[in-house]
Ligand binder design. Structure first.
Ligand code: FAD
Length: 328
C-alpha cells in the first residue's frame, strides 16, 4: 500500500538539502538566543513520539515563542532546509532513518490564558491538550473536558480535528493563530464546515499553528474534574496507556458500516505481529510497540492489515497515523 509521506516542507523548500555540516554551520552563524530556541543535532525522535519509534532528526529545535519560531522558519526557508512540525508526537510514525532537515518541537509554545468573563481560553500550540482542559476546568470553563487524557498538543489536535467521547476540537474552536506559507502571522476564524472528521484546512496547507482560542461555557470545576478523571480511567481501562502506541491507526468510515477496529477484529488480526509491532490484543485498531519495534515493523504491520482488509472485505481503510521522515 502507498502512504503520502507528510514532510511539511514549505513550497519554497524544494531545493536539495545542503550537506548536514554546512546546514549546522549556517544555523550556528545566525546566533539564535539559546534562551529563546534550544537546538540539538542528530536527536533520536523515538523519545519524542508515543510509539517510542523513530530515527534521528538532523536538527531538533524548540523555540519558546512565536518570534523564535519565525526566525527558525525564516532561516530554514533561506537555506532550503525542509521543515517538519512536531507536536506531542502522539499521531506519528517516524522512519527508522529519521527526518532530514529541521524538526521544530512546538512544546515551548505552551502559554495559556483563560478569560472566564467572555468564556474563552487561548492556548499555545505546544501546550498539552490535557493541560489545556485542566486549566479551563480550574477556571470553571467546560467544553474541553472531553479531550482530557488524550496525548498530544493543542496544535496537533487542531491539525487533526481530534475527537473523542462524542465531541471534536472543531466544536469549540473560536480562532486559530498560525504562520502562513510566507511566514506571515494570520488568524483564522474557522467555518464549522471546514473542520470535518479528522480533516482540517491545516492538513492541506503548509501552515504552522501557533495558538488556538477556544469558546467554552461556565461549568462547575468539581464536576468537570470528576468527568475528566472518569475519562482518564476509561482510557486506562481500554489499555490506551498499557504500551507505546499512537491511538487509532486507521480512520473510521461510516460507509463501511462498522468501526475500523471491528472490521480488523473480524479477520482475527488482534494480536497479530510483525517483529516488535503488534495489533493490540485489547483493541484491533490500536497497534503497539510491544518492545523493540522498528518503524519498518510497524509500517509492515499497517500494510499487512490494510491489505488483508482490502482483499478479504473490499474496504480501503485510510490511515490516521502520519508517516514522517525518510522512508525508502
Ligand atoms: C493513547 C492514545 C490515545 C489517542 N486517542 C485519540 C482519540 O481519542 N482521538 C483522537 O483524535 N486522537 C487520538 N490519539 C491520537 C493523537 O493523540 C491525536 O491525533 C493528537 O491530536 C496528535 O497531536 P500531536 O500534538 O501529538 O501531533 P503530532 O503527532 O506531533 O503531529 C501530527 C500531525 O500534526 C502536525 N502538527 C502538529 N502540531 C502542529 C502545529 N502546531 N502546526 C501545524 N501542524 C502541526 C504534524 O506535523 C503532523 O503532521 C491518541 C493517541 C494515543 C497515543
Amino acid at each position: 500500500m502507498c502512504f503520502t509521506l507528510t514532510k511539511r516542507a514549505f513550497p519554497a523548500y524544494t531545493a536539495p538539502v545542503n550537506s548536514a555540516i554546512k546546514v549546522r554551520e549556517s544555523l550556528e552563524k545566525i546566533n539564535l538566543d539559546p534562551n529563546l530556541v534550544t537546538i540539538s543535532y542528530d536527536e533520536p525522535l523515538a523519545a519524542h513520539c508515543t510509539f517510542r519509534i523513530g530515527g534521528p532528526a538532523d536538527i531538533l529545535a524548540r523555540p519558546r515563542d512565536a518570534a523564535g519560531l519565525r526566525s527558525l522558519l525564516a532561516w530554514a526557508r533561506g537555506e532550503s532546509v525542509p521543515v517538519f512540525i512536531l507536536g506531542g508526537g502522539a499521531n506519528l510514525l517516524v522512519a527508522d532513518k529519521g527526518i532530514r532537515g529541521l524538526v521544530v518541537d512546538m512544546g515551548g509554545l505552551s502559554s495559556c490564558r483563560v478569560r472566564p468573563a467572555d468564556g474563552t481560553m487561548e492556548a499555545g500550540a505546544g501546550l498539552a491538550v490535557s493541560d489545556a482542559a485542566e486549566f479551563a476546568a480550574g477556571a470553571g470553563l467546560g467544553g474541553l473536558d472531553f479531550i482530557y487524557a488524550m496525548p498530544g498538543s493543542v496544535g496537533g489536535a487542531v491539525y487533526m480535528n481530534a475527537r473523542c467521547y462524542g465531541s471534536e476540537i472543531g466544536d469549540v474552536l473560536e480562532s486559530v493563530e498560525y504562520l502562513d506559507a510566507a511566514l506571515e502571522p494570520r488568524t483564522m476564524k474557522p467555518e464549522r464546515a471546514s473542520f470535518q472528521y479528522k480533516d482540517t484546512p491545516f492538513q492541506k496547507n503548509p501552515w504552522v499553528i501557533t495558538a488556538a482560542r477556544f469558546r467554552l461555557a461556565p461549568a462547575d470545576p468539581a464536576a468537570l474534574l470528576e468527568r475528566m478523571a472518569g475519562l482518564k480511567a476509561d482510557r486506562a481501562a481500554k489499555g490506551h496507556f498499557a504500551a507505546p502506541c499512537a491511538g487509532s491507526v486507521f480512520k473510521n468510515n461510516h460507509a463501511f458500516g462498522q468501526p475500523s477496529g471491528k472490521i480488523i477484529d473480524s479477520l482475527g488480526l488482534r494480536g497479530h505481529r510483525v517483529g516488535g509491532a503488534q495489533v493490540s490484543p485489547g483493541h484491533a485498531n490500536i497497534f503497539i510497540n510491544s518492545g523493540g519495534a522498528t518503524a519498518a515493523d510497524m509500517k509492515a504491520l499497517i500494510d499487512h492489515v490494510h491489505e488483508r482488509v482490502q482483499v478479504e472485505l473490499g474496504y480501503d481503510l485510510e490511515p490516521e497515523v502520519v508517516l514522517a521522515g525518510d522512508w525508502d
